[in-house]
Design a protein around this ligand. Structure first.
Ligand SMILES: [Zn+2]
Ligand SMILES: [Zn+2]
Ligand SMILES: [Zn+2]
Ligand SMILES: [Zn+2]
Ligand SMILES: [Zn+2]
Length: 169
């Protein structure tokens, strides 16, 4: 703070003191989401437009920030769904009973196996990376390249059914 400002107070123009260059977080000069004077970005003022490069995504015309517009889900199995438009997939299990508490020699790690309350699949958690609690949702994010066709979805359903049997052995 300059001496003059210290004695007389700042000389504010919007969010900026024209005398000493100090900033304050009020009275910004908004151009879209961005203050033209100090560069502050307001989350309430983005100008959302459909992204030209990414599907299921909007981009702010002023600052380039992106957000998801929501997906067009196809349910593959009780816990697996995939977006037909962008190929984003989510596997979300609900943690149920613990059925094993053991040691994995190959990985040199202790683990616990749980059963998903919804699909019955066995889910392994290495205890070095924390633990699950009952009822907790466990989401794995997967991604497929590009648009997912009906054929891809059928393949995914087959793969998922097979995978489930193998894991449950
Ligand atoms: Zn000042
Ligand atoms: Zn400002
Ligand atoms: Zn913005
Ligand atoms: Zn999508
Ligand atoms: Zn599940």
């Amino acid at each position: 703070m300059g001496l003059t400002c210290k004695i007389f107070g700042h000389k504010w123009r919007n969010c900026w003191c024209v005398r000493c260059g100090a900033y304050r977080d009020v009275d910004h000069e908004w151009n879209g989401c961005k203050c033209e004077i100090c560069g502050t970005v307001s989350n309430e003022r983005h100008t959302w437009e459909k992204s030209k490069t990414e599907k299921c995504t909007e981009v702010c015309a002023s600052c380039g920030r992106t957000r998801s517009t929501g997906h067009d889900w196809e349910q593959i199995s009780s816990c697996l769904r995939v977006c037909k438009v962008c190929g984003y997939a989510e596997l979300t299990h609900i943690i149920g009973d613990m059925i094993a508490d053991d040691y994995d020699d190959a990985r040199d790690l202790y683990y616990r196996d749980y059963v998903c309350q919804r699909c019955g699949r066995r889910i392994r958690k290495y205890t070095a990376y924390g633990d699950f609690t009952r009822g907790e949702e466990c989401t794995m994010r997967l991604s497929f390249a590009g648009t997912v066709s009906q054929q891809d979805i059928e393949e995914l359903k087959k793969y998922d059914a097979l995978h489930q049997e193998m894991k449950n052995l």
